[in-house]
Design a protein around this ligand. Structure first.
Ligand code: ADP
Length: 272
């Protein structure tokens, strides 16, 4: 059985008279990138704040961390990014030094260099107020990574970013997950973006999780099994396939994705 590191059972939460979470059930497995999808105001941030203990919940149960952990011990294993909260007149290093002190991270100097290297901000000397939005978001992700937490929660980390910024954050998250095995929970209302990043997804609708599905579910939704064929002579390739008895049941000309097209034009890259 896979390890569950975050589990919500019938969690309810209201702000005043308004019920925001109406019995949320959610299981997040160790080592996965999990995408929480929902329109603005659907309660994604509230779920995160509940998991982190920044917001009280009224009903249901919550488990965080590894087997035997108390809620406090489990929560200590989470790094998070919910909006950027940095001092504008300080550099990235100075800001992160502050967060190291706040979080009690040991060996701050080396740790700050490590996380800044991962997000590509190590050589930036300017103050936070001069950063582009993408740099600010990346510094937020870096702050969440301090102390190499087992779990990272990111609330809309690509919100307001341009395509290059979105690709940068996506690559950082993939690297973190693949190289460090970090479990990542990420919310977004940009579906195409989450599809490129997460292994599993949950749709939050009207205060409940309406659907949970995986990348595999998305790929088997298709009616046919299919392969992609790239050739200088498609007609000839089709004839060869038919000649050896392989029936072509359908064909679809693929268009270039908007993102690829954009990067072709502006010359940016997805720095894999
Ligand atoms: P999302 O992150 O999906 O955009 P939120 O969790 O921020 O959604 O908000 C869910 C709902 O709860 C919204 O209707 C929002 O207005 C309300 N809400 C969020 N925070 C508060 C608060 N501190 N007090 C009252 N209502 C709140």
């Amino acid at each position: 059985m896979s390890d569950i590191v975050i589990s919500l059972r019938d969690v309810t939460k209201r702000y005043g008279m308004s019920k925001v979470l109406k019995g949320v059930n959610l299981d997040i497995e160790k080592g996965e990138i999990y995408g929480l999808i929902g329109k603005n105001g659907s309660g994604k941030t509230t779920i995160f704040k509940t998991i982190l203990g920044l917001s009280e919940f009224q009903g249901g149960t919550l488990f965080v961390g590894d087997e035997g952990d108390t809620l406090k011990q489990g929560r200590a294993k989470i790094g998070f990014f919910i909006g950027t909260h940095f001092f504008p007149y300080m550099t990235a290093k100075q800001n992160l030094k502050y967060y190291c002190k706040l979080k009690g991270v040991k060996g701050a100097r080396a740790e700050i260099n490590r996380v800044l290297e991962i997000v590509g901000l190590k050589d930036v000397k300017s103050k936070f107020k001069a950063y582009s939005l993408g740099m600010k978001q990346r510094l937020g992700v870096a702050a969440a990574m301090l102390g190499n937490p087992e779990i990272i929660i990111l609330d809309e980390p690509t919100n307001g970013l341009d395509p290059q910024g979105i690709a940068d954050v996506r690559n950082v998250l993939k690297k973190l997950n693949e190289e460090y095995g970090t479990t990542i929970v990420i919310s977004s209302h940009i579906l195409g973006e989450l599809q490129n990043t997460a292994h599993r997804f949950a749709i939050l609708n009207d205060g409940v999780i309406a659907n949970v599905f995986s990348q595999e579910d998305l790929s088997v939704e298709s009616e046919y099994e299919y392969i992609k064929l790239k050739s200088s002579d498609i007609q000839m390739a089709k004839e060869v396939l038919e000649h050896v008895g392989i029936e072509i049941q359908g064909e679809k000309k693929e268009t270039v994705s908007l993102e690829d097209y954009y990067f072709n034009v502006v010359g940016g890259q997805e720095n894999e």
